[in-house]
Design a protein around this ligand. Structure first.
Ligand code: ATP
Ligand code: MG
Length: 328
């Protein structure tokens, strides 16, 4: 069975973008792959987080993974920092990465834009290498992710190739898997910008644990255009197209079906149907989330996972150390 690995960092409350672009894929793909899905808490440290909030978000993500349908029998769910080997391998890979290639990462450019050097952590610069380590340490075959992370998976492939050429065959080259639709959900207030959990205002962002009522308001006030035609045209109609992607993703419909359904609808009517779909989805997810939190089963699931991942990672890191010549 091929291996899958992916994760989400607890830098904010999870959004509908994280669900449609990532979690939904993990749930679907666990049927076909031996899956490893983690909470990327070390990645969250690239920006400052209030420690108490960080802890709460880690627990929330774990519960959301389970509530969304990740099955611990099929998917090994774990917390990155509980496994010390990821950061260990990352240092070795950092020493085999170049300033030039990391400077070309568009996530780094976006996230550091307008800030001076004193306000950008070195971790923000090197986190794609930690991500490469997360992937390569498991010999993952596939990494499902939104389009924003594709470049980082390519970096992981480059680092693996470089290491294999220098030290002999060690790492498998991972493939990114980007969903065709829903690869990128946009901000409802600014539909040319990605919906992000670390967004400061949150006005155009739907959080998975926010109330249905508040989500409805955000959808109803989503920025659109003035031609009153519900058609998918991401270039000229980014707002409407984004709402259509959200609707089709949650309702499991094709774009053609949705366009036909709303052929005679005014925007208000269309938005209220999208809001219904989102509210129904949120209420169902939140109900399951509460059940999981109350069941108290998460610590046992994590303990079992840790035993499994530690074994895999220890073996890989020992192999790497042996090849590069460190240790006695
Ligand atoms: P941050 O703002 O802190 O970067 P984020 O919302 O971008 O947070 P990440 O933890 O960086 O979330 O990414 C987790 C996963 O969610 C990745 O696979 C990423 O591609 C996917 N993802 C994030 N935002 C979106 C979005 N708007 N649409 C589709 N997929 C998304
Ligand atoms: Mg991101």
């Amino acid at each position: 069975m091929k291996r899958l690995l992916s994760g989400i960092k607890p830098t904010g409350d999870l959004t509908l973008g994280n669900y449609i672009g990532a979690i939904r894929q993990f749930v679907e793909m666990q049927k076909k792959y031996e899956s490893f899905v983690f909470v990327a808490d070390l990645h969250a440290l690239t920006i400052y987080n209030d420690p108490k909030e960080l802890k709460k978000r880690i627990h929330d993500i774990l519960a959301i993974y389970l509530a969304s349908g990740l099955d611990p029998k099929k998917t090994t769910i774990f917390v990155q920092s509980e496994n010390l080997y990821h950061a260990n391998l990352s240092w070795v890979l950092e020493c085999n990465s170049y300033m030039g290639e990391l400077s070309r990462m568009t996530q780094f450019k976006d996230k550091s834009k307008g800030k001076n050097g004193e306000a950008i952590s070195c971790g923000l610069f090197t986190y794609p290498v930690l991500m490469a380590s997360d992937i390569l340490i498991y010999d993952a075959d596939v990494v499902p992710t939104g389009i924003d992370q594709k470049q980082h998976v390519e970096l992981a492939r480059n680092l693996a190739t470089r290491f294999n050429n220098r030290y002999g065959e060690t790492f498998k080259l991972p493939e990114p898997i980007i969903p065709e639709e829903g690869a990128k959900i946009y901000d409802l207030q600014n539909p040319t910008k990605k919906m992000s959990k670390s967004d400061e205002t949150g006005k155009g962002v739907i959080m998975l644990l926010e109330s249905a009522e508040s989500a409805r308001k955000k959808i109803m006030s989503a920025v659109t255009d003035s031609d009153n035609k519900v058609i998918y045209d991401p270039i000229n109609k980014p707002g409407i197209s984004n709402l259509l992607v959200i609707y089709t993703s949650l309702k499991n419909k094709t774009m053609k079906e949705a366009e036909e359904e709303f052929a005679n609808s005014k925007y208000g009517e269309f938005k209220s149907k999208v809001a219904d779909a989102v509210c129904e989805f949120l209420e169902d997810l939140q109900k399951k989330y509460r059940e999981i939190v109350e069941s108290g089963e998460i610590p046992r699931i994590l303990d079992e996972s840790n035993e499994k991942v530690e074994k895999i990672c220890k073996k890989k890191v020992q192999e790497v150390f042996e090849k590069i010549g460190v240790g006695r």
